[in-house]
Design a protein around this ligand. Sequence first.
Ligand SMILES: *Cc1c(COP(=O)(O)O)cnc(C)c1O
Length: 394
Amino acid sequence: MLKLDNHPSGRHFLHIPGPSPVPSRILRAISYQTIDHRGPEFGVFGLNLLTQIKRLFKTQNPVIIYPSSGTGAWEAALVNTLNTGDLVLMYESGHFASLWNRLALRMGLRTEIIGQPGIEGWRYGVDAQKIEERLKADTQHEIKAVCVVHNETSTGVTSDMLAVRKAIDAAKHPALLMVDTISGLCSADYQNDTWGIDVTISGSQKGLMMPPGLGFNVISKKAIEASHQSKMPKAYWAWDEILEANKTGYFPTTPATNLLYGLSEAIDMIMGEGLDQVFLRHQKLGAACRTAVEAWGLEVLCKDPAVYSPVVTSVLLPEGVDANALRKLILERYNLSLGTGLGRLQGRVFRIGHLGDCNELSLMAAISGCEMGLQAFGIKLKASGVIAAQELLQ
Ligand SMILES: *Cc1c(COP(=O)(O)O)cnc(C)c1O
């Protein structure tokens, strides 16, 4: 067992932007007895789950479920559709976009990056205009896929994916559109089919309120056609055998049965609340969190209000303040876990996650912990973020 020495009293406040605290309903579902994944009950359960999960993505397309982290689902998207040496256009909106780029390079793809340098370059959403210009210049159609991140968890920016679709269409370019909505799913509206996404990549441990361990690919007809031309070596990640087994509700290899129980429960909870209600709740929490940051006199990293993430707020600290030392103090004193600065943002920001099963008082606790920590760390605050956020929530 995990050893937690000197377990402090009260609960741990897990406010990293995923995973977030798992609701007890989901934990209980995961603890049901494991069943035979080739037996009759499983097929019924699997078929229902594979149908229900489509509602989260607003899709009629097949959803592939892998026992993997989100990174595995990134790899699956590329290895199923492309060929070694293919050129992929990557929009570097933040650290996760740059990790996806690195993964593509390791797989033997060529990539071209659109992005802006420095911290400043990570403070805005995806500029679809730039994608359109690049695709228009690619008259030979050398670019085979465009990869973008919907909700950049490293920065707290939620980009407009429909604008990217329109950019590709305006350029009359045949490239596949691949979207990472690993932390965007169930956090902000996502319309897979209306937006014409070819491969959507997601995972279990962010907006879905689940533990880590499941990765998803939602695949369009065009993506499936591309997979028939793809010669990159693959076996475990190959869509064809999974699609075949999924027809009857089964999987070609042993699925993560108990996580699938949890997933089914998570879908029931989210649909019970209603997707629109889930999005509204997060928008409200996001607004309250940003209000607190502004009251403190600190900067929200995202500079464009049109693309504020509803589920993660990155707080930019004044130059010379070590964000990781601050996070350490807050964890030790208040048992509150905050997200670290990634990549270019290392040491410069801390991130407050308010995704998944978060409500007003859980957010208020996190804001309060941050406020006490900032003061204890010797940062002069302009005003109380706690009071400002409370006023907004009232
Ligand atoms: C968490 C996350 C990932 C990485 O997923 P893993 O489950 O850690 O492999 C990729 N992209 C985004 C946007 C994420 O939030």
